[in-house]
Design a protein around this ligand. Structure first.
Ligand code: NDP
Length: 248
C-alpha cells in the first residue's frame, strides 16, 4: 500500500450525494484514485466528468449495494483499472425515520438491506483483494445512532449498531492480513439523508432540528482523509464526531 492519500485507490459507495460525494471530491483533490458507486448513474458520471476535467483520476460505476454482484463488479473494476484497492468506504445508507408502531416494514427491510447487507457486500467484495495484497483499509459508516438509541429511530439505530459490531469483528479478524479498519460515526451533517423520510410530520420535525445544528459534509471527508493519511502502522479504529451544538 502506498503511504498517505496520494495514489491510493479508494472505492466509495453512496458517492452520488452528501458524505460520499464530498469525500470523493476531497480525496481526488489530494491525489487519490477514486472509484464512485451509487444507483444514480447520471450523478456519479457527472461528478467523475467534472473531477476528471480538473485532472483527477475518477471513475464512476453504477452500483446498487443491495446487489452483491454489482458491488463485486464495482471493486473488481477498480482493481482491473488501477491494479489494486487500498480503501473501501462503505458509506451508502438511508434513514427513513418512524416509530415502530407505524409499521413501516418495507422501510425496515430497506434499511437492513442497504445499511447492513450493503456494508457486508462491500466487505465481501474488497476482502479477497486486500488479503492477496496483504494491505488495505475498510472504512464503514455508522452514526451517533450507532452509539445511542432514540425513540423514532429504532431500526436505523439497530442498523448502525450492527455496522459497529461487524466492523469490530472485522478489525479482529483481518489482523493477519495487515488490513486496517475504521468506523466513522457522524452526528448531524447536512446532506440529502432527510429527504427519504416518508412520514411528513417526522421529516418536518427532523429537518427543523437538524437545520439548526448540522455541519457540512466536508467535515466527514476530513475525518476519512485523516484515517487514510495516518502511517500504515497506525490503525484509526473509530471516529465519532458531532456538531458542537448537537446535544444528543
Ligand atoms: P445522502 O442521502 O446524501 O446520501 C446517501 C447515499 O447513499 C447516496 O449517494 C445514495 O445514492 C446512496 N445509496 C442509497 N441507497 C443505495 C443503494 N441501494 N445502493 C447504492 N447506493 C445507495 O445521505 P448521507 O450522505 O448523509 O449518507 C451517507 C451515510 O452517512 C449513510 O450511511 C448515513 O446513514 C450516514 N450518516 C449520515 C449522517 C448525516 O447526518 N447526514 C449522520 C450519521 C450517519 P443513490 O441514491 O444514487 O444510490
Amino acid at each position: 500500500m502506498s503511504q498517505g492519500i496520494e495514489n491510493k485507490v479508494v472505492v466509495i459507495t453512496g458517492a452520488s450525494s452528501g458524505l460520499g460525494e464530498a469525500t470523493a471530491r476531497h480525496l481526488a483533490e489530494r491525489g487519490a484514485l477514486v472509484v464512485l458507486g451509487a444507483r444514480r448513474g447520471d450523478r456519479i458520471d457527472a461528478l467523475a466528468a467534472e473531477l476528471t476535467s480538473k485532472g483527477y483520476s475518477v471513475v464512476a460505476i453504477k452500483t446498487d449495494v443491495t446487489n452483491r454482484d454489482q458491488v463485486k463488479n464495482l471493486v473488481d473494476t477498480a482493481v482491473q483499472r488501477f491494479g489494486r484497492i487500498d480503501v473501501m468506504l462503505n458509506n451508502a445508507g438511508l434513514m427513513p425515520l418512524a416509530p415502530l408502531e407505524r409499521l413501516k416494514i418495507d422501510e425496515w427491510d430497506r434499511m437492513i438491506d442497504v445499511n447492513i447487507k450493503g456494508v457486508l457486500h462491500g466487505v465481501a467484495a474488497a476482502l479477497p483483494h486486500m488479503k492477496t495484497q496483504k494491505s488495505g483499509h475498510i472504512i464503514n459508516v455508522s452514526s451517533v445512532y450507532g452509539h445511542v438509541v432514540d425513540p423514532g429511530a429504532t431500526v436505523y439505530c439497530a442498523t448502525k449498531h450492527a455496522v459497529r459490531a461487524l466492523s469490530e469483528g472485522l478489525r479482529k479478524e483481518v489482523k493477519p492480513y495487515n488490513i486496517r479498519t475504521t468506523i466513522i460515526s457522524p452526528g448531524a451533517v447536512s446532506t440529502e439523508l432527510l429527504e427519504h423520510i416518508s412520514e411528513k410530520d417526522i421529516q418536518a420535525g427532523t429537518k427543523e432540528f437538524v437545520s439548526k445544528i448540522a455541519v457540512g459534509p466536508e467535515t466527514f471527508a476530513r475525518a476519512v482523509a485523516f484515517a487514510i493519511n495516518e502511517p500504515d502502522d497506525v490503525d484509526i479504529n473509530e471516529i465519532l464526531f458531532r456538531p458542537t451544538a448537537q446535544p444528543v
